[in-house]
Design a protein around this ligand. Structure first.
Ligand SMILES: [Zn+2]
Ligand SMILES: [Zn+2]
Length: 140
């Protein structure tokens, strides 16, 4: 593990990271805790949460925060965009090209050096629209 030198990889931390990396669902700490418990039955939610905080502070995982919504975590730290359901809070990855050039447009404003950007779309997922998955109506 290339990062092991900087950050101590305890078994708990390694399992949390491995399980998060397998998921595309952007779980909350509680959701991830349930999954991790299949391998480490005695792990507490507080431990999972603390480890997620450390991993995101180190830039190994991504923490997704939005006002009033539960915090979610993403094992993918590459720049990509998210789609969030306003009703249930679930988050999906958006399939689109990154917006090139936006950082250059903003760079230097207010004296800032721009290092990256986040973009989040929001809407209502199929379940919350009452259609159920696969029954999405085309168009709007
Ligand atoms: Zn929803
Ligand atoms: Zn994502």
């Amino acid at each position: 593990m290339p990062l092991a030198g900087r950050l101590r990889m305890t078994t708990q931390r390694r399992v949390i990271l491995e399980e998060l990396s397998k998921l595309k669902t952007h779980p909350t700490a509680a959701e991830l805790c349930q999954i991790v418990r299949k391998r480490l039955p005695r792990i507490s939610l507080g431990t999972v949460y603390r480890n997620l905080e450390v991993l995101s502070r180190e830039g190994i995982i991504q923490k997704l925060e939005a006002g009033g919504q539960q915090m979610r975590f993403d094992g993918n730290v590459e720049t990509h965009y998210h789609l969030r359901c306003l009703a249930c809070g679930r988050v999906a990855d958006v399939d689109m090209e990154l917006l090139r050039g936006v950082e250059e447009q903003v760079d230097g404003q207010h004296g800032f050096q721009v290092l990256g950007h986040h973009l989040e779309f929001f809407g209502v997922c199929p379940q919350c629209r009452g259609g159920g998955e696969g029954k999405e109506r085309q168009g709007r």
